[in-house]
Design a binder for this molecule. Structure first.
Ligand SMILES: *Cc1c(COP(=O)(O)O)cnc(C)c1O
Length: 440
């Protein structure tokens, strides 16, 4: 008989439990998943993914205007994920021809695809127009001119939103309203470039001006930063006489460690719709539709990475647990000093060892979690890092010729592979012994 006591492993993120001594994700045994699919392994709780999307759809609602939730697919994109997004009724953000291709392979309704990016190539724009992408978010005047030229050639009509740089910088726990406008993204609301765009669209039949977009940053906890962004966007909307679409971006924070206190999805949605309604009323303004584009907050906490511990090493100042992955499957600690929480799988709750979890790459900076209290571990034990669902797999690399891990979706005790592990053969599949051609 199984032990009956259940201990919450984490407080806010109900993704893994101890049942007796076995750790489970959506009731599937983590160690058995690792045995079957190998490590490192990205494990997503499929119910959690669907619940997060349902929370957005059900709570991002207004009586005063239409609403739409876009999943920012750069956070985690594969065919099965995009199919799930489709089934949950969200629209999709893509930022490259590659992400658009995944959407196409998943059979996503192209009219519900939004194409972002500050430097889309002619080939990518052509591709988007050919498959009937619904909306392109314009970053700059040159892009607008290029899209118009390509749309004319194809006799295509495409909706556009203009991305504005409103000087709200919320890339950290604190937000700042700057007057520097240093970001590479978007156009200044009072600048020449945006004015040129507005004049240009009055003289073309191939582009339909649908509204404005902003995105203030990522891993944002401060609702006040979004309120400030809404105020600034509403102020810009005042100059237009028809009700437009307003897209206020994504970036809603998630819980990586106990220091992170994210606003629950439902509450964030309600705050944003309420505040927008109020800001519009105060300005006697109407919009047609309000959009948000969450990425991380849909997939982040739904995903974990399971590793196998190899060697452990003690030096005078530190103890290392070496795992069979690292910066190749999770670049965020090396890239932004991102913090994570982790556990040794099935070793109970007694954390007596202060350790640093390090990867296997030839970089001193290849550390996944530094100076964390963990259970005592031996070679062969599994280690799980939580909240790796966003920007983990999507930022993975083949550095040191690491093969990218498999991705599994787990649901009610069952698991299915949605991305297979790369093989060594995959690593050389693009290597060719090309002929010399003259380029004189
Ligand atoms: C990255 C990005 C998002 C999503 O950000 P998250 O932090 O993953 O929610 C949304 N919109 C734009 C324009 C982005 O670049």
């Amino acid at each position: 008989m199984q032990f009956l006591f259940v201990v919450y492993l984490r407080l806010t993120n109900v993704q893994a439990f101890f049942y007796g001594s076995n750790m489970k994700i959506s009731n599937a045994d983590v160690n058995r998943l690792a045995d079957k699919f190998g490590t490192p392994l990205y494990v997503y709780d499929e119910n959690k993914l669907a619940d997060n999307m349902a929370a957005y759809i059900n709570n991002f609602q207004s009586q005063n205007f239409k609403t739409e939730v876009l999943y920012a697919s750069k956070a985690f994109s594969c065919v099965e994920m995009v199919k799930l997004v489709k089934n949950c009724g969200l629209s999709l953000d893509v930022v490259s021809g590659g992400e658009l291709y995944v959407a196409q392979k998943a059979g996503f309704d192209m009219s519900k695809v939004y194409f972002h990016g500050n430097n889309k190539s002619a080939q990518e724009i052509d591709y988007a127009l050919s498959v009937g992408v619904g909306t392109i978010i314009i970053d700059n005047f040159q892009e607008l001119q290029l899209i118009d030229k390509l749309a004319k050639e194809k006799n295509a009509v495409v909706k556009v939103l203009f991305r504005l740089n409103i000087g709200v910088d919320a890339h950290t726990h604190k937000y700042i309203s700057t007057t520097l406008f240093e970001s590479k993204f978007g156009m200044m609301p009072n600048g020449r470039e945006f004015k040129d765009c507005l004049v240009f669209i009055t003289n073309t039949k191939n582009i339909v001006f649908d509204g404005l977009h902003c995105h203030i940053g990522s891993q944002v906890f401060e609702t006040n930063a979004y309120k400030l962004a809404i105020d600034k966007m509403v102020a810009v909307l005042k100059q237009f006489d028809k009700p437009l679409t307003l897209n206020i971006g994504g970036g809603f924070g998630v819980r990586y460690t106990s220091e992170d206190k994210p606003v629950p999805i439902a509450e964030m949605c309600k705050t944003l719709t309420d505040y927008t309604e109020q800001a519009l009323a105060n300005n006697r303004l109407k919009i047609n539709k309000l959009l948000i584009e969450p990425g991380r907050s849909i997939v982040g906490e739904a995903g974990s990475t399971v590793y196998t511990i190899g060697f452990t090493k003690k030096i005078p100042t530190k103890t290392f647990y070496f795992v069979d992955g690292g910066m190749t499957d999770n670049i965020r600690p090396a890239l932004y000093q991102a913090k994570y929480d982790c556990d040794v799988v099935d070793k109970g709750n007694e954390k007596t060892q202060k350790v640093t979890v390090a990867g296997k790459c030839c970089e001193s900076g290849d550390l996944l979690v530094e100076d964390i209290l963990l259970q005592e571990a031996q070679s062969g034990d599994r280690l799980i890092v939580y909240t790796t669902g966003a920007y983990g797999y999507s930022m993975s690399s083949n550095y040191n010729k690491a093969t990218t891990p498999a991705v599994v979706f787990v649901k009610d005790g069952k698991a299915r592979e949605v991305v297979r592990r790369q093989s060594y053969a995959d690593l050389v599949s693009n290597d060719v012994d090309g002929d010399y051609y003259e380029f004189l």
